[in-house]
Design a protein around this ligand. Structure first.
Ligand code: GLC
Length: 501
């Protein structure tokens, strides 16, 4: 049977602003990404996902797009993008780009030209047309000079499109083709459960990001992805799309992943699960029972880095747990999305000074929420230098790097077998060798309380989330472990791959 490339792929998320800066302005860019592609090839990933690099006033780090068919000068030029794709393909890496269909920038030509039917404008009085709140804080409506209000589920600089207008459909089909013609292998769809809002825009009681409500997850959105799938399938080379779908319900998630819709959706239940064998097992079971093609993710540019999340209630345990969760995730059926810097074991930077913060979440919450800057601090490439190799010498990175990043830099870790980076490289290389022998299913084995044991083909994966060491199931040899065993037992916060007898 032919397996599409994305089914078991390891995809590496590049938050372009914070990956590598070639131009020297302190902000990451496409030329910076291009220069580091050999690092990603050596790390052992199959594809990269680039966050938005399109023309943008940067009200939300580029998720506010003013021109969907061009590159912002901050990030380079279309020529830089084409060179990046050519180099990536030459190294055997696929390229996924972000597409932002729920909203544009308020600097988009349609919004500037006052094409109100393409956005969600309503008459209102002194108060907004309904009680919807922005995901970033404050009302989801902003009033314009003539008294009308427009909807923005995120920042005021991100007006929501009106997907009930056919012009919006035609525009996005054309944007997809624009990038497919430039050789992209797929799209990551921003806020994929958005786009449509319930007719009449009724007030809501619960507007959490993950709920199916008048705000999110309208059934009409699926027809959009059916159209998009036809476009993807009209190109050679298994072009794909992965949806950013926040939902509490695996059945709802599966609605986006259908033979005539998206190939994949992010599985945020995995990232939201606490450090618990029971919780992990439930997510794995729910996912495999409902979604035909599973994905796994622990961190991204919107959430607290998992090394730091796993410290909750267990100070000092975060890195070991993060490595164990990674090893376990790699052995699950499906595809894995990594976030830049997790291979270095980077923690969340929690103590950024308020004056350094840039995320609209911080400002729209009146400083009550720290926002997402802590997982977006520019990567440390070298152990010394003003920006730890992120920018050419002399430039200051757009967010300050903490001193602890120096010893976590790629340079400081390379060649040290005990480092997180070398552990990631070994695990990814071994998985690449094994992946063809792994069936797309797993079988649970009996395991002691607090632990998870499962088998896939020739491999048994063991994970200990408990507080006591546990005995290993019978095996022929140890293929890989996230930490040392103690007297032959699997310590807390450790995972391993065993060759079955
Ligand atoms: C998605 C992005 C996030 C952005 C939001 C609005 O959730 O991942 O970074 O702020 O959409 O576009």
């Amino acid at each position: 049977m032919d397996v599409p490339w994305w089914r078991d792929a390891i995809v590496y998320e590049i938050y372009v602003r914070s990956f590598s800066d070639a131009s020297g302005d302190g902000v990451g860019d496409l030329a910076g990404v291009r220069a580091r592609l050999p690092y990603l090839r050596d790390l052992g990933v199959d594809a990269v996902w680039l966050t938005p690099f399109y023309t943008s006033p940067m009200a939300d780090g580029g998720y506010d797009v003013a021109d969907y068919r061009d590159v912002d000068p901050l990030f380079g030029t279309l020529g830089d993008f084409e060179a990046l794709v050519a180099d990536a393909h030459g190294l055997g890496l696929r390229v996924i780009v972000d597409i932002v269909p729920n909203h544009s920038s308020d600097r988009h030509p349609w919004f500037r030209a006052g094409l109100r039917e393409r956005y969600v404008f309503r008459e209102g009085g002194e108060t907004p047309p309904n009680n919807w709140q922005s995901t970033f804080g404050g009302p989801a409506w902003t009033r314009v000079a003539d008294g009308q209000w427009y909807l923005h589920l995120f920042a005021p600089g991100q007006p929501d499109f009106n997907w009930r207008d056919p012009a919006v459909h035609a525009e996005f089909l054309d944007i997809l083709r624009f990038w497919l013609d430039r050789g992209v292998d797929g799209f990551r769809i921003d806020v994929a459960m958005g786009l449509y809002k319930a007719e009449g825009l009724p007030d809501v009681e619960d507007q959490s990001f993950a709920a199916v409500s008048p705000v999110w997850g309208q059934p009409e959105v699926h027809e959009v992805y059916r159209q998009w799938r036809k476009v993807l399938d009209s190109y050679p080379g298994e072009r794909m799309a992965v949806g950013e779908v926040w939902t509490d319900d695996p059945v709802d998630l599966a609605r986006y992943v259908r033979p005539d819709e998206l190939q994949q959706s992010f599985n945020f239940a995995w990232l939201q699960a606490p450090w618990s064998a029971e919780a992990f097992r439930k997510v794995i079971d729910d996912t495999l029972a409902t979604v035909p093609f599973a994905t796994w993710v622990l961190s991204n540019h919107d959430v607290v880095r998992h090394r730091t999340r796993y410290e909750v209630g267990a100070p000092g345990a975060g890195l070991n747990r993060a490595k164990a969760a990674f090893l376990t995730m790699l052995m699950l059926p499906g595809s894995t999305y990594l976030y830049q810097g997790e291979e270095l074991g980077l923690p969340e930077v929690e103590d950024l000074p308020p004056e350094a913060r840039q995320d609209p979440v911080f400002f729209q919450s009146g400083g009550k929420l720290p926002g997402r800057d802590g997982c977006r601090v520019p990567l440390p490439w070298t152990a010394v230098g003003a920006s730890l190799g992120f920018s050419p010498d002399g430039a200051r990175p757009w967010l300050p790097q903490p001193p602890a990043f120096a010893q976590l830099s790629a340079e400081a870790q390379t060649g040290h077998p005990a480092s997180t980076l070398e552990f990631y490289r070994r695990a990814l290389a071994l998985r690449r060798d094994l992946v063809r022998s792994l069936p797309y299913t797993l079988e649970w084995m009996d395991s002691p309380p607090g632990a998870l044991f499962f088998t896939r083909g020739p491999v048994t994966c063991v994970l200990n989330c408990g507080s006591d060491s546990v005995s290993l199931p019978s095996h022929e040899s140890v293929l890989m472990a996230s930490g040392p065993f103690e007297d032959g037992l699997l310590p807390p916060g450790t995972a391993a791959w065993l060759r079955r007898r």
